[in-house]
Design a protein around this ligand. Structure first.
Ligand code: PEP
Length: 263
């Protein structure tokens, strides 16, 4: 279903009218985690001012450490919905448990499946039945074939509105949080008709790497980028060092729009 074989052209996924894929380079931005109404609104306004088309933000945070901030849950979803009403930006948010899919889908415009859950098959199937587009992150230790098979689980349940997201993989290299597998962009696009975007924030793990990795993603033909922004990263409850601030997001948005003009 997700293979390129039976599709003449590449797909465009619409998230509340915002296209991902085709002749577009989509910028998705927002806080790593929803922390407070003010922080989420400020991050969303930063994203919107820079030209982002969709707002990201986690209400359920699957953290490596059980002692790290786990997200606000439904309270976070409500904040996201309020911020959508205020800014008009459709929201992309993660769901980590099959039992929560219906609840998250009742707030979200797009469901995100994170790297740690890429092979949570019950979750993939539930997301496939939720009636919302799905952003499927590549598992940090998954091959491209395994990633596409995970997408197939969603598609099998009748949902072909899937966007693939390369977010870096585990390698021996420690200088970056994960190693951005830039080749995964054209490889996945050749094997599948689904749009492919890149997360330079979670792959690099450092603010200074977000712009160069985004440029690399765009040069490789990615259909968009998803980045973390935060009004005060030094106080962020999650992944502050990789969050863009102030002018950074404008610089990135300029790079995205110059690339869109070339498409
Ligand atoms: C995220 O985007 O909030 C996230 C946790 O990403 P990943 O699943 O790629 O680590």
């Amino acid at each position: 279903l997700v293979s390129r074989e039976n599709h003449d052209s590449r797909s465009v996924v619409s998230v509340r009218g915002v296209p991902i894929g085709g002749e577009h380079m989509t910028l998705i931005a927002g806080p790593c985690a929803v922390e407070t109404p003010d922080q989420t609104l400020e991050a969303a306004l930063m994203a919107k001012a820079a030209g982002a088309a969709l707002l990201r933000g986690g209400a359920y945070k699957p953290r490596t450490s059980p002692y790290a901030f786990q997200g606000l849950g439904e309270a976070g979803l409500k904040i996201l919905a309020d911020v959508r009403d205020e800014t008009g930006l459709p929201i992309v948010t993660e769901v980590v448990d099959a039992g929560d899919v219906e609840l998250v889908a009742s707030y979200a415009d797009m469901l995100q499946i994170g790297t740690r859950n890429m092979q949570n098959f019950a979750l993939l199937q539930a997301a496939g039945e939720a009636g919302k587009p799905v952003l499927l992150k590549r598992g940090m230790s998954a091959t491209i074939e395994e990633w596409l098979m995970a997408a197939e689980y969603i598609a099998q349940r009748g949902n072909l509105d899937i966007v693939l997201c390369e977010r870096g993989i585990r390698t021996f290299e420690k200088a970056t949080r994960n190693t951005l597998d830039i080749a995964a962009v054209p490889v996945a696009q050749n094997l599948s008709h689904l749009p492919v975007i890149v997360d330079p924030s979670h792959s690099g793990g450092k603010r200074d790497l977000v712009l160069p990795l985004s440029r690399a993603a765009m040069a490789a033909g990615a259909d968009g980028v998803i980045v973390d922004v935060h009004p005060s990263p030094e106080t962020a409850l999650c992944d502050g060092p990789q969050a863009l601030v102030g002018d950074d997001i404008h610089e990135l948005a300029d790079a995205v729009s110059s690339m869109s003009e070339l498409l």
